[in-house]
Design a protein. Structure first.
Length: 343
């Protein structure tokens, strides 16, 4: 009688796979590092008020009459009559309660001033990120597959042109071509929401994505060229594996790690470019708010915007760090073995 085949073990669940790819210690270290970095950044943002020229109380009082009674009230409200560390502790406590203070220029809550503007900027950055990926990744792969050929030189030249063109110049060119001549998209404004908002954000998103498309193009090209020269790729080709299988199963999987790491830097470039793009397309986002707040020395708003941007960049770096072990098993932390088990 033939023995029955051994039972097939069940496939691991998604939670088990995530636990194997991201061990608790690795996850805890990354989260702790991000928390420490955010704490340092919060201290740096708080120092904006302390390093501002003049008396912080007079700065917070703004254009209102700086009488001794008003100055004393502002100092008591913002704890400016206490040591710096105590002031920072009070400010950090208010921040954790989502109390960002009051705008000097308008008198409204900073959180309400940032609400709709932050949503619009996040939508613009998300669409610009998608546009940069849809343009940069395929062009980078194409340039790597045609290395040192006319196609490679043409694609790299296109990337250099896109990187060296200022955002206001490319934005005005897109407005003239796609809005005024062809009438495909609106020239300015944020729309009323839904599909209308999407139509209004297409041209700004493409303008924003073109500025960082060249960075992704260079990263993708370098990563794919390096993977094409690996021994396992050469061996797969020698065995007769098809070009598409080699590209998608071997090359792109290995190239995904450095590209993912560079994606966090791309997000930082996108956030920095929103100021110019939102000004060109008359979008009421965080960019014009930041410019106006710096002009009128509205420091609570400047602090809130700077902290929000820094937080987004830190979270993007954290997401990139956590995604790398999921993409490449070689980067996963190996379990530690005790000396007795090693014997």
């Amino acid at each position: 009688m033939s023995t029955p085949p051994p039972p097939v073990p069940p496939a691991p669940s998604v939670a088990a796979r995530l636990g194997a790819a991201l061990p608790p210690r690795y996850l805890a270290r990354r989260l702790a590092g991000t928390a420490v970095l955010l704490l340092v950044l919060s201290a740096a943002v708080f120092a904006l008020l302390q390093l501002a020229p003049g008396d912080p109380a007079r700065t917070l009082l703004g254009a209102r009459g700086a009488t001794p009674e008003a100055l004393a009230e502002v100092r008591a409200r913002h704890h400016l009559d206490q040591p710096v560390l105590v002031q920072y502790a009070h400010w950090l406590g208010d921040l954790l309660r989502l109390d960002l203070g009051t705008s000097i220029r308008t008198g409204e809550s900073v959180a309400s001033a940032l609400g709709d503007r932050a949503l619009l900027t996040c939508q613009l950055v998300g669409l610009g990120f998608a546009a940069a990926f849809l343009l940069g990744l395929p062009l980078g792969v194409l340039a790597a597959l045609r290395e040192r050929r006319p196609t490679d030189r043409a694609v790299q030249g296109l990337g250099v042109v896109a990187l060296s063109t200022p955002a206001f110049a490319s934005g005005l060119a897109l407005i003239y071509l796609c809005a005024l001549m062809l009438g495909w998209f609106p020239a300015y404004g944020a729309g009323e929401g839904g599909l209308d908002r999407l139509r209004h954000l297409v041209l700004p998103a493409v303008t924003l994505g073109l500025a960082v498309m060249a960075v992704l193009l260079k990263l993708t090209r370098a990563a794919v060229v390096r993977e094409l020269a690996r021994d396992h790729v050469t061996f797969a080709r020698a065995r007769g594996v098809g070009p598409r299988t080699v590209l998608f199963r071997y090359v792109l999987r290995g190239a995904a790690v450095p590209v993912t790491a560079g994606a966090a830097l791309v997000l930082a470039y996108l956030l920095a470019g929103t100021v110019m793009v939102e000004t060109v397309f008359a979008l009421p986002g965080l960019g014009p708010l930041l410019v106006d707040s710096i002009t009128f020395r509205d420091l609570p708003v400047v602090q809130a915007v700077a902290l929000a941007v820094a937080t987004l960049v830190c979270l993007a770096n954290l997401a990139a760090d956590l995604a790398q072990p999921l993409l490449d098993p070689r980067l996963r932390t190996a379990p530690r073995t005790s000396p007795k088990a090693a014997r």
